[in-house]
Design a binder for this molecule. Structure first.
Ligand code: GLU
Length: 419
């Protein structure tokens, strides 16, 4: 990890560079440097053993220029205000890249969710929603799942909000279980989007997908699903990791088997999985495998200036938010390693969240086939705009994506007359 890493500072550097390339003056985009609202809450909670603990929670609303704030909620021990601020800003840019009518927000609670019982997790979620209540709503700020949060938690979220409001309000949160207003296809959407972006970049670079070697950091909803879908496309998933460590199999891992193994029980990890010929590897070894595609799909601050010189992948497709630091990114750029940036690569989740919200507002439901088709249309189109912008400006796909996003937000801001 880069020492003194500050994700919000990193976001500002990238924003300034993109704005410079767009020829913007600081006054045109200065509002994007400051989140519109930052909320910190204290959550006292009785644990199952009768003791009381106080957890810190956050919700940051970065930009509401293009629509209601949108973005997930993370339960992780390292959550802090700078991280949530950066994640909220990245959501503003992500929603603008895929051109869905949302601004950006993010929330989180500093807690090791794996140490909580299910009942504790439910109590924590409900208390957090109660504290967030005044600043969220289906037309105000719409949370969703993120690291260590899932459809069940979103169900509790929706129930608590609806109880406080005295009105069933499915549109207040996305990523819910399907029987209570969730959308078909939402569970797989982020991973599906990554698969689609791998396909698009593979076409541009003439890399055949059949037999392409892939390493995936993170075996959760994003990494696990992306690996499974790429495996179905004929890619060879040679390496995979989670918090318990990594696994390597040169002939390719059986992703269907691994995903069903990991999801069979709460708390299952890769260290518990075995297969003939499988080798155990470290996180560093996973990131530096000689592969066609490296997919960091865990947390931020992974491809740092320190490790970037050793990355051997031809393409990095960012499943996580902020996995590559500014220093790491510079080195990858110099070394000619192509990066499909997070705000484009992992936008499938929020795009299907948007479909879920539309279905909720209209009290209807769409077929999965239609959802997947619409997702593909939106993401392929976004990839095209990002690619064309990058080629025209002779820059990276990350800069191309930020240029598309910042231009859309600044244009909306000017048209609203609030610049
Ligand atoms: N947490 C996801 C992300 O970072 C999804 C957000 C959403 O669906 O609102 O994009």
């Amino acid at each position: 990890m880069d020492n003194g890493y500050n994700p919000y500072g990193e976001m500002l550097e990238v924003l300034d560079r993109a704005a410079g390339m767009l020829g913007l003056e600081e006054k045109d985009y200065i509002r994007l440097k400051y989140p519109e609202r930052e909320m910190k809450v204290s959550i006292p909670m009785e644990m199952d053993d009768g003791s009381v603990e106080v957890f810190e929670g956050y919700r940051v609303q970065h930009s509401g220029v293009r629509g209601p704030y949108k973005g997930g909620i993370r339960f992780h021990q390292d959550v802090n205000m700078d991280e949530v601020k950066a994640l909220a800003a990245w959501m503003s840019f992500k929603c603008a890249v895929v051109n869905i009518p949302y601004g950006g927000g993010k929330g989180g609670v500093a807690v090791d969710a794996t140490k909580l019982t299910k009942r504790e997790l439910e109590r924590l979620t409900r208390k957090y929603v109660t504290l967030l209540y005044p600043i969220i709503g289906p037309k105000i700020d719409i949370p969703a799942p993120d690291v260590n949060t899932n459809p069940e938690i979103m169900g509790w979220f929706m129930d608590t909000y609806s109880t406080l409001k005295g009105q069933l309000t499915p549109g207040v949160v996305t990523g819910k279980p399907v029987p209570i207003g969730g959308s078909l296809g939402r569970g797989e959407a982020t991973g599906r989007g990554i698969m689609l972006m791998v396909k698009e970049i593979a076409k541009k670079m003439s890399i055949p997908l059949k037999g392409a070697k892939v390493a995936v950091q993170g075996a959760g909803n994003v990494g696990g699903t992306a690996a499974k879908l790429l495996h179905r496309e004929g890619c060879k998933i040679v390496a995979l990791s989670d918090v318990s460590g990594g696994i390597l199999l040169e002939d390719g891992l059986d992703m269907e088997e691994i995903v069903s193994f990991l999801t069979a029980e709460r708390g299952r990890l890769l260290k518990d999985y075995d297969a003939p010929g499988l080798k155990r590897i470290s996180n560093g070894e996973l990131l530096t495998q000689g592969v066609d595609f490296l997919i960091p799909a865990a947390l931020e601050n992974q491809i740092t200036g320190e490790i970037a010189p050793d990355i051997k992948a031809r393409v990095v497709v960012e499943g996580a938010n902020g996995p590559t630091t500014v220093n790491g990114d510079k080195i990858l750029e110099e070394r000619g390693i192509v990066v499909v940036p997070d705000i484009l690569a992992n936008s499938g989740g929020v795009t299907v969240s948007y479909f879920e919200w539309l279905q909720n507002l209209q009290s209807t439901s769409w077929e999965e086939e239609e959802i997947n088709k619409r997702l593909e249309n939106i993401m392929v189109k976004a990839f095209g705009s990002v690619w064309d912008t990058a080629v025209e400006a002779c820059t990276t796909l990350r800069m191309g994506a930020y240029m598309v996003a910042v231009d859309r937000i600044v244009t909306a801001s000017k048209l609203r007359g609030i610049s």
